[in-house]
Ligand binder design. Sequence first.
Ligand SMILES: [Zn+2]
Length: 73
Amino acid sequence: MKCSKARILLSAMIDGEVSSRERFLLKQHLDACPRCKEEMGDLRALRAFMSLWPEEEPSRLARKPSIPKRPAG
Ligand SMILES: [Zn+2]
């Protein structure tokens, strides 16, 4: 896996949008690539930080119709 791909997966993982296989491949890359691993540490810190924030403003969400996203398989 290329670093550029790994970075994309990293940010997708923050949103919980990676499959278990992608996560596995990403972990393999991280084991071999200290720089991306460091990046993941930053993103994890960011995620922990974001989780402290309240949900998006309801008024903003109300503007668009809510289409629940189904997990793919
Ligand atoms: Zn890398």
